[in-house]
Design a protein around this ligand. Structure first.
Ligand code: SF4
Length: 576
């Protein structure tokens, strides 16, 4: 198997940039827009010393802006009010939340909370499709005079000593064997004074940076969840436009962390999904199956009866909070949005924080352009701005929230209560966190039939109406990649997959991937005895990948690295 990496020893076209923003999601778009506003204001004030926007670029790996964006999503409007006055009149807002409920589910029963827990309240917030919202933001960025390159991914960061000097974009037209095709186009070497990493959760360049500088060495490790989502069209009157239903419990047991959402949108559309925390013990846990089992609950099945699933997708989210934020800036670089981990896990909300972090990074980038100074000392202003902003106020209050659930649901609820009484502290100043993949147990430590977790394990079969198998769901994500290219799922040692992992964990990649990318197939052929002594061999279907990054996060041996495929490939989310 050949894995994707930038070709070596070739001449690359060079481009110079003042600021390169890698990733056209909410954080990247907000960064570009705010930077443009600041430059406009500067040029009005100092017409004799104008700054140019010509060398500011946003790179987006999707073919079109917004195609790879997925979220619940309910938007807290706070940061948008700061970014674009009057935005409500133009933005694609599907509904305003005016009706909320919260349930605890057991297998057959549901218990409604008499009051909505205050941190979960969404009253007045907006139900949106994040990919349409980001598409609209992208139009604003282009109207503001910033160049947006779609279909371009960042493949490799460039360094000069400890300074990030830019990046290489993806090579196009490389075949499965790593050879140039007739349409080969080398990736650009983009030399940039400032590189802003806005790649979303578990960004691949952010990971390179974190490894090079050991960014998490004195922090809690980042921890994650994966949200698996379907968009449904339901008969009129089932769920009101602007209605929010949240649940905790079934099908997860009290040992796992996670919960569901249902958001009533316009035109009888319902966004629904289940976020499973990526720190479960049983390697057979399948988050796509968790969603299917949840839909079978009487409370949910009743609401969906007679409806139709029309879209599917998945995305990971960073749960770690304040103590899992890496250093946010260094020589020539800043990290924003989900790439840094700006998400309030108690509210399960990050879009407003992503937008605000992008704005603050833009203010620092602007100040750096004016001062013509791009070193760590200058870009550290971004970290200081985050500390002085409402981002810190919001995340500080929930700084120990997710870690409190490491001991299970009951302990987590007790810790949450204690933390609320002590301004977020609880029993310890810093609750420790453990990377989720380290909490996975070997198969021989677990009951063969799954015990109380049986409903979470293995593939969903699906009835084709209410529940679906993975491939049927995947079909509704619109995912497409160039087939003839090296695998963008890079496995450092497939030997481990074919031997140790078979016996220790039963190849959990087959379960946690929501897109059926990983399969263990019967090993045949001349080399079978050598490379697959247990009779099974890993097989990849990279074209199925919906870019959720779960494999990069949850692989127990940490041998899988997600890198961007040829630009333009990936899901084609619409209305998600
Ligand atoms: Fe997600 Fe990895 Fe599967 Fe792609 S291969 S869909 S990133 S788990």
């Amino acid at each position: 198997m050949i894995f994707r990496k930038p070709l070596e020893g070739i001449d690359r076209p060079q481009m110079d940039a003042d600021v390169t923003i890698v990733g056209g999601g909410p954080a990247g778009m907000a960064c570009a827009l705010r930077l443009s506003q600041l430059i406009d204001a500067h040029n009005t004030r100092f017409p004799d010393a104008p700054l140019t926007k010509d060398n500011i670029y946003v790179l987006e790996k999707a073919r079109e802006v917004g195609q790879h964006q997925l979220s619940g999503a309910v938007l807290d409007p706070r940061s948008m009010d700061e970014l674009l006055p009057g935005w409500r009149d133009e933005a694609p807002l599907d509904a305003q939340v005016d009706h909320e409920s919260f349930y605890f589910l057991t297998e057959k029963k549901s218990y409604r909370a008499p009051l909505m827990p205050p941190p979960m309240m969404d009253h007045g917030n907006y139900v949106i499709s994040i990919n349409r919202f980001v598409k609209w933001l992208g139009e604003k960025v282009e109207q503001a005079g910033i160049t947006l390159f779609t279909g371009f991914a960042g493949s490799e960061l460039k360094f000069d000593g400890n300074c990030v000097t830019g990046l290489i974009t993806d090579d196009k037209g490389v075949d499965k064997t790593g050879q140039k095709k007739s349409n080969f186009e080398p990736g650009y070497e983009l030399k940039s004074k400032v590189t802003v990493l806005a790649e979303g959760t578990r960004g691949s360049l952010t990971k390179q940076l974190a490894q090079k500088f050991d960014l998490y060495k004195d922090r809690n490790p980042q921890v994650y969840g994966v949200g698996v989502k379907e968009l449904w069209e339901v008969p009129s009157g089932r769920i009101a436009k602007g209605e929010v239903i949240l649940t905790l419990g079934w099908p997860l047991t009290t040992k796992e962390y996670g919960g569901s959402w249902m958001y009533g949108s316009k035109d009888n559309l319902v966004s629904l999904g289940y976020v499973t925390s990526l720190d479960y013990a049983d390697p057979r846990t399948d988050p796509q199956r968790v969603l299917q089992e949840w839909k079978k609950h009487p409370l949910i099945a009743h609401l969906l009866e007679g409806g139709k699933m029309i879209r599917y997708g998945a995305k990971s989210v960073p749960y770690g909070g304040w103590f899992s934020l890496p250093p946010l800036a260094g020589d020539g670089w800043m990290i924003v949005g989900d790439s840094a981990g700006f998400l309030n896990s108690q509210r399960l909300k990050g879009i407003h924080l992503a937008i605000k972090s992008g704005m603050l990074a833009a203010e620092t980038a602007f100040s750096a352009l004016v001062a013509n100074k791009f070193d760590a000392e200058k870009l550290q202003e971004y970290k200081l701005a985050v500390d002085a902003s409402w981002i810190k106020d919001e995340l500080w209050e929930v700084r120990n929230f997710h870690q409190g659930f490491e001991g299970g649901l009951i302990a987590g609820l007790i810790h949450t209560g204690l933390q609320q009484m002590t301004g977020g502290r609880g029993l310890h100043r810093v609750y420790p966190a453990h990377a989720g993949h380290t909490r996975m147990e070997h198969l021989d430590q677990l009951p063969e039939n799954g015990g109380a977790r049986a409903q979470l394990l293995g593939r969903a079969k699906g009835d084709g109406k209410l529940t679906f198998d993975k491939l049927t769901d995947l079909y509704h994500s619109g995912t497409k990649h160039e087939e003839d290219q090296p695998s963008h799922l890079v496995i450092a040692d497939t030997n481990i997959c074919n031997t140790k992992c078979v016996t220790e964990f039963g190849n959990p990649c087959q379960n946690f991937c929501p897109a059926n990318v990983y399969e263990m197939e019967e090993a045949t052929g001349a080399d079978a005895a050598k490379d697959a002594p247990l009779g099974k061999r890993i097989h990849l279907n990279p074209s199925n990948c919906v870019h959720c990054k779960t494999c990069d996060i949850m692989d127990p041996y940490e041998i899988i690295t997600w890198v961007p495929p040829e630009g333009g490939g990936g899901p084609n989310y619409d209305g998600m």
